[in-house]
Design a protein around this ligand. Sequence first.
Ligand code: ADP
Ligand code: MG
Length: 823
Amino acid sequence: PVVSQQAAPAVSSKPSCKPAVFVPVDRSPEIQEARLKLPILAEEQVIMEAINENPIVVICGETGSGKTTQVPQFLYEAGYTSSNGIIGITEPRRVAAVSMSQRVAKEMNLSHRVVSYQIRYEGNVTDETQIKFMTDGVLLKEVQKDFLLLKYKVIIIDEAHERSMYTDILIGLLSRIVPLREKKGLPLKLIIMSATLRVEDFTENTRLFAVTPPVLQVDARQFPVTVHFNKKTPLDDYSGECFRKVCKIHRMLPSGGILVFLTGQAEVHSLCRRLRKAFPFQKNNDDDRKESVEEMRKFKKSRRRRKAATLPQINLDNYAVVPVDEGDEDRDAETDDDIAGSDVDLDLGDGDSEEDSSLPLYVLPLYSLLAPEKQAKVFRPPPPGTRLCVVATNVAETSLTIPGIKYVVDCGKVKKRFYDKITGVSSFRVTWISQASANQRAGRAGRTEPGHCYRLYSSAVFMDFEKFSAPEITKRPVEDLILQMKALNIEKVINFPFPTPPPAEALAAAEELLIALGHPQGQKHGLKEQQAAKLSCPISPLGRVMATFPVAPRYAKMLALSRQHDCLPYTITIVSAMTVRELFEEFDRPAASEEETVKLKGKKGRLVQMQRIWAGQGSLQKLGDLMVMLGAVGACEYSGCTPKFCEENGLRYKAMLEIRRLRGQLTTAVNSVCTDAGLYVDPKMKPPTEAQATYLRQIVLAGLGDHLARRVQAEELLDDKWKNAYKTALLDDPVFIHPSSVLFKQLPDFVVYQEIVETTKLYMKGVSAVEPEWIPALLPSYCHFGKPLENPPPSYCPETGRIRCHRPSVFYRVSWQLPAVEV
Ligand code: ADP
Ligand code: MG
């Protein structure tokens, strides 16, 4: 039942702003029946009354209770979209925005022109759109164009418990926008929806809302879930433990889907393979198997064709597309199987000692980078006579509800990106989940009947989990956010009503970076004045231009500088490529087994060969990994950007499509800033000239200036750990060029990097070489040409007379020469 935890006093004395109309929806009988089973349906009236009476309402309910799919329908039926104004729903994950809009359109029997979605790279919004699902980042961009969000009648912030950075900011902004709209006589409803119960950050935060909003609790779990803990202390081999648990469930327990939570793509695939081997399908009644046989046949045919055909003709004026030696047949087959994403098991295999006579298991992987059509499979009923088993990453925790799950196997771990607050160095680590997450995961069983959750850890370990995971905003660099906020004329970011404010040192680091990039006014003053002024700098003209580009400040600066020497199309491409994750599919993928190590090795060899080709010669080569990105995009576009080309060359097809979209979007953005530029996206653009490549390196230096690294000279070598190492402005430890970089062996004296990741060492990725004489001209605020600072920092080294890592002086030996690009 719905309980109003904190009955809010009547918020306004005005008559309630309930729309008068009722808009009928024509649903199919099956949909209607499924809806009626959702707990939230029984609470429609209470929820709508609360929304009608209050400008801001918080709705809490277990995942799967129907919040995301039903609340927009309630509002629609109650007439909220019947006079100008639409319903906007934000999701922290793209997967959710797309799939929820499709589901709601289907339930309401309305077209995608009316129930639509918008995510960063794509959307199907039209003039007729009345319900719009979008990512939180998309809505934040809209606030910049129209601060009052006048086109919306209602904003729903969904999955607020995830505490994504943009969600937090939106809630802060909306806490101010809602009263402003009220004052204008154009009231806006704000609905915050959250899965778990930690809503005090929103409701008990007096800086946020003047009046505490009512909290509606939807009691949702329809069926009890029995939680089973492991008795023993957790094992390291949780993946193997998952396998054993699934086998046991499948052999011994009654029918019902199984959902396994693992931490990453490689683990998911390797468990899928093991399970498919253990419980194979009967060939005849298995569509998936047929599909895989068919795919295998097609693949073999295409390989024969490839071998027979002459090599593609290369136009030397375009990016090199050089076919690579195909190697021996077997290796190639395995390789392509791997690239195909392997959710169809091509191993027609000879059984396995673990084979069993139980029902076949219909095993499906689920993770965020999986192609959408493969993701959608989990919503369809499994083939008759099989049991569904979904092996998923954290995606399945709250964003998507998979029907028919009765058993959950929870490894208790999650892979998370960790950032160093100051330097922004990030690394992925597998850590324990929070108690809230564990409970979420358990809740996924028992959606349709009583369920069971098997936790592969003991209850004592569970008690040690943190209660909730910390909000994203407290754990990552915030410079992109600060720039966005300054563009909204929020100068004193420190006073912004964050639900949970980021740490002061992260705010300071962000402001410092923005000053170094030359955006807030204060650039002209000396370092001290800058520091004094930095916490409340207004935005500068360059900063405003930067904020109009839908990319992080470093990249925005690169774009802003690229009108010179016709560099814009290249910068747009480089920036697009740098923003998209995992361009080169296999490089970072850890091998799941020894056998796979061999496979991956073969693929990597081939990719390395291609990368060398894409990196070009001479001055082009010095652009390093960024030239490789340019070359890869160029080569891919030149070949028509086909899945086949990507497969053969180790590129991730989805990433290439995203780059293409982002190039289009950035080109439009640039054209709207520089109205005379008249740019268009030319997929077959020529490689940059030698001179352009040099300018591009300078532009990259100007943008990524704080990511400058200097090679440690022989006389500075303190000990072996500094061999081939670089010093950076931000870290005291040695960093190295990542082995996947084309500059790995060349070791230029000065480089800029896109990011540092921590694995066995600190590695720089996305590396370009720069010339020392450019540094004073392009990055004056990073240079120090006099004596060491008056108060030597701890890293001052009296033997060599050098300041080792203090930022202003790390490059102090550079000479004044050749100012080459006007900044
Ligand atoms: P909540 O937002 O409270 O977590 P949802 O509104 O997402 O709940 O889900 C309500 C129900 O709709 C769930 O039972 C879920 O299985 C079902 N559902 C959601 N999306 C789909 C889909 N694409 N296909 C079939 N069922 C779906
Ligand atoms: Mg939801």
